[in-house]
Design a protein around this ligand. Structure first.
Ligand code: TYD
Length: 136
């Protein structure tokens, strides 16, 4: 089982030019899993809190494509807050970690690269069930 300390911030490669910057992610090069799904959160109202779930198998790279927000990670024993505010950083969320999100800045875009297609069966949505899973 992974701990919150296993959920690292990754510096993404940046291609600079006077016209702007590009960051690229490629399966098995800059990202350690096959991307099966991409989604993004946007138009998140100020003060709204999202997340509040864990995944059994899914791993994710989370990028603040625009603006900023905070992830609260929880492995059942320890918690860690991660503030994301730049598109050249990704947060790698390993499987089995509870997460909540807060403090979305106005206009922020939370880009998520996911290792699996969507299935509700991979979600743990009840915190007590999550704790039981972690302590089993
Ligand atoms: P959820 O993952 O719970 O959102 P968050 O963690 O950002 O608060 O998803 C919210 C809703 O969207 C939920 O009803 C499931 C649905 N959903 C999909 O149908 N497909 C997807 O790929 C995702 C991420 C969510």
């Amino acid at each position: 089982m992974y701990s919150v300390e296993d959920c690292k911030i990754i510096d993404l490669p940046v291609i600079h030019s006077e016209q702007g910057k590009i960051s690229v992610l490629q399966n098995h090069e800059t990202i350690p899993f096959d991307i099966k799904r991409v989604y993004y959160l946007y138009d998140v109202p100020m003060n709204s809190e999202r997340g509040g779930h864990g995944h059994y198998e899914l791993e994710q790279y989370v990028i603040a494509a625009s603006g900023s927000f905070t992830f609260i990670l929880d492995d059942g024993h320890s918690k860690k807050e991660v503030f994301l505010n730049h598109p050249n950083k990704a947060l790698h969320i390993k499987p089995g970690i509870w997460r909540e999100m807060k403090d979305f800045s106005s206009g922020s875009v939370c880009l998520v690269l996911a290792s699996m297609e969507y299935t509700e069966e991979d979600y743990m949505r009840d915190y007590n069930d999550f704790k039981k899973y972690r302590n089993a």
